[in-house]
Design a protein around this ligand. Sequence first.
Ligand code: ADP
Ligand code: MG
Length: 418
Amino acid sequence: MTERTVKIGLSLGADICWPICYETLLNDLKLDIRHGGERLSFASERVTIEPFNLQQPVSYDVVVDRLTHWYSTSREWIKKGILLDDLYVYNNPWSLQSNEKHTSYAAMMRLGMPVPETWMMPPKAYEESEDLQETLRKYARMFSMEDIGNELGYPFFMKPYHGGGWKGVSKIDNLDEFNRAYDESGKEVMNLQSAVLPHDWFVRCVGLGPQMRKVNYDPSAALHDRYRADINFLDADDSSVLEDMTVTINSFFGWDFNSCEALRRDGIWHPIDFANACPDSQVTSLHYHFPWLIKANLRWSVFCAATGRSMRKNLDWDPYFAIADKDISQREKLSAYAKLSHERFETERFREFCQTHLSHLDELAYDFFASDVMKDAIHQKVSALFPSHEIEEFTELFWQRIQDWRAAEGSQGDPDGF
Ligand SMILES: Nc1ncnc2c1ncn2[C@@H]1O[C@H](COP(=O)(O)OP(=O)(O)O)[C@@H](O)[C@H]1O
Ligand SMILES: [Mg+2]
């Protein structure tokens, strides 16, 4: 039997805490997996940035990418790795590059999801360019802000069509605010979206492969308190709607790791922001939920690397549209999308893999999250973000919340059973 070290690359930007945890736990796991006639051990390595020959082979089996949504050299390196070396990457870089938030709205509307009514506006201002004036003079139609506001109805949200970190998002209550916000939007292309207000739940459902974590989210709280620590706050029906929605969105776009924000009003879950394919992974935001993320990431990356899971380079949307066009209820369609998505994520094979090869992860993680390495990772992250007089206090706070996770969930394995 041939022996081989499987290599997992971490393509990182400013991340500090989660790679430390990921790397330590991957080592602690001491994996020795027999697959397809090979005996596999595992190593991770941080991907460096340097000039490369397009024919130079990529030495990784899987790359967990957190950088290429804004750093194009690495994005092109990753794309050539997929094309020339059969690399598996999450997330699909072509999909990440081309499917803006606006596209994700259109796509999920096509699948019948209750995305709130959404408009797109041409930008208020432009960079001068050779063809600009002629194009606008010929084709830009005059429009009435008042008519659009009335047709959509107040309040609504104005937000950049590509999304991202709450920048340029405003709630619009009347025509004056609409005019002001449009003037201020400048060269940004904006969406207007009917407000789901009031809502009784705001949930972020984080998906990593077929693993899901639903987090009660409070956008009005301070940054370190937005992810609430409660679990099991939803009944089984609500949970399954959110999970089915998230797994559908993620498999549709080829995003192994993505977070879906949905608001519930009158019993209906409206997805409002689900093109977040580089989700927050910091202990300073996730705190209580952070261990889940590390474990889920380890499981999925090891599975993909060990089994040589093939990456879907082309998204292939027709099977989803075929379901959308069936004469069945929306809930039945959602279940059918989810079934297809789980086939694409190989959920059953993954579950079996975890049971066979990763059953010792729970116990190792339980110990690791009480270790000095963990505490130091928190300290490093907090030191990078907080003023010096708050470093000890917040290190302690996040540490304590991780210990709360250990007490409540840590010894039992994860709620989704992987
Ligand atoms: N349609 C909506 N209804 C209610 N609240 C919304 C809506 N759209 C956005 N918001 C609020 O604005 C915040 C930022 O908007 P979001 O679409 O999530 O943008 P970003 O990509 O910047 O995260 C949301 O977290 C939510 O609080
Ligand atoms: Mg958001």
